[in-house]
Design a protein around this ligand. Structure first.
Ligand code: AMP
Ligand code: MG
Length: 454
């Protein structure tokens, strides 16, 4: 084995230094709700209003005085005269005298003189001549009587067949949210429910962290654009589409910087114009110890390399640096040099790039989806480095991961473990983590895994 040029950093040391260098989350900006999905909230949201804003009906039915319904049963219904109607969005300024009812729709404000709602399922329509149509429903919750729809003319009276308590089927003002209450916490991604919450408290926009912009460059004279003919001894550039997709998955805006050749000038030619447009530059290939591995030299020309070589497998040659403060705003652009082997590029993105992007995005701490498993295969790697092996999780016939009595998953190797074996990476559900001190983990033993799904 070749002697190592300098000691390797532990994973934690490298991650710690990198996150410290990444700095503060990007500043906040207001975005309309339609653009807020997946963005990270920058400030807490407090409601200025009560929700619901007024007492309203939770059912289609009749607003009544509860006391009028005390004796109502299916065998002996109580007849209430219908004196008006309130629709959702309509004014509740209708008087409800004792012995009377006002037809209400779900969401309609409750007339102040009523104190309960009888759901339509607990009523039947009284028709002139004394008949009821078309018959009493047997109990609350049975289907609506035929021929009674809210679009129909107001009935003269209704027959109540079940008693209601005061307050029944009324949603009280402020029972969901009280004015002044915090409804959304910062530093988490906004999903549909959080966006709906913002809208419900009357906001048209939300203050979110600016989304990091990540430029992605592949390096290597052998690389050809994916889908194009392989001239000479070329190979398709697999990393750039993969890394652009990982940026997308991480919620950042990705800039495709194309392919550079194996020279400092070519790499700088692609990176220099991107400095002002990016928060992060991600370069794959050319970061190892070969004669054409010139990415570190390119980083030194832009700023400096702050760490190189981490005790992990795959991904050892990973490099990280920062540009000099840029002209426009003095920011240091983060520079990531990922190994060219596609599995190494993906694994080092997971371990280093994503935590930094999460930090810039405003997420609190690196989100790691860890789990415990028992391995069915022997998991082997070099001693002295932490191994991240590509594994598949056993599932039942419905596709759910199988767990044993201790809650542990079952994993097997997703394929061969070379850092060029993209097929195993593509088949994997998770990375199995083998500690530095070991050279492997035997079948049947427990192993920590990290899910790859996001
Ligand atoms: P390097 O890190 O440049 O020494 O590359 C290591 C290995 O990864 C070589 O076999 C390269 O051909 C391969 N490689 C580098 N970049 C890419 C890429 N973008 N897509 C696919 N393979 C690559
Ligand atoms: Mg190369």
């Amino acid at each position: 084995m070749r002697s190592e040029p300098e000691p390797m950093l532990s994973l934690e040391e490298a991650q710690g230094r990198l996150l410290a260098a990444a700095g503060e989350p990007l500043t906040g900006e207001d975005v309309p709700l339609a653009e807020a999905l997946g963005r990270v909230l920058a400030e807490p949201v407090r409601s200025a209003v009560d929700l619901p804003p007024w007492d309203n009906s939770s059912m289609d039915g009749f607003a009544v005085h509860a006391a009028d319904t005390t004796d109502a049963t299916p065998a002996s219904p109580v007849r209430l005269r219908v004196v008006g109607e309130v629709r959702a969005g309509g004014s509740p300024g209708v008087e409800v005298p004792p012995g009377c009812a006002v037809r209400v729709a779900t969401g309609a404000p409750i007339p102040p003189s009523a104190d309960a709602v009888v759901p339509v399922e607990a009523t039947s329509v009284y028709e002139a001549g004394g008949a009821s149509a078309p018959g009493f429903p047997a109990r609350l919750g049975s289907p609506r009587p035929l021929g009674f729809g809210i679009a129909e003319p107001l009935p003269e009276a209704c027959l109540v067949i079940a008693a209601v308590e005061p307050g029944a089927f009324i949603r009280r003002r402020g029972e969901d949210v009280r004015a002044g209450m915090s409804v959304l916490e910062p530093n988490r991604r906004l999903g549909p429910a959080q966006i709906a919450m913002g809208a419900a408290v009357g906001l048209g926009s939300l203050c979110v962290h600016r989304r990091p912009v990540a430029g992605v460059l592949s390096t290597g004279d052998e690389l050809r654009h994916a889908g194009e003919p392989l001239r000479g001894w070329g190979i398709p550039d697999a990393n750039r589409p993969g890394l652009l997709a990982m940026c997308g998955e991480t919620g950042v805006r990705a800039l495709d910087l194309g392919i550079a050749g194996d020279s400092v000038e070519s790499i700088l030619g692609a990176l220099r114009p991107a400095i002002e447009r990016s928060d992060v530059l991600i370069v794959s290939g050319g970061v190892s110890v070969g004669p054409y591995d010139v990415v570190r030299a390119a980083f030194e020309a832009l700023g400096r390399v702050e760490l190189w070589r981490v005790a992990i497998q795959p991904g050892k040659p990973f490099a990280f640096g920062r540009s000099n403060p840029r002209a426009s705003d003095g920011r240091n652009v983060l520079l990531f040099g990922l190994p060219g082997n596609p599995v190494s590029a993906i694994v080092t993105f997971h371990l280093f790039v994503r935590p930094a992007l999460d930090r810039l995005s405003g997420l609190p701490s690196p989100v790691v989806d860890a789990d415990r498993a028992v391995t069915e295969d022997r998991l082997e790697k070099a001693a002295g480095r932490r191994g991240f092996l590509r594994v598949t999780v056993a599932r039942d016939e419905r596709g759910s991961p199988i767990r044993d009595g201790l809650g542990r998953l079952r994993v097997h190797l997703a394929g061969r473990q070379g850092s060029h074996v993209l097929s195993a990476m593509a088949a994997a559900d998770a990375l199995a983590i083998v500690p530095e001190a070991l050279d492997g983990i035997d079948p049947g033993a427990e192993v920590e895994i990290r899910w790859l799904r996001t």
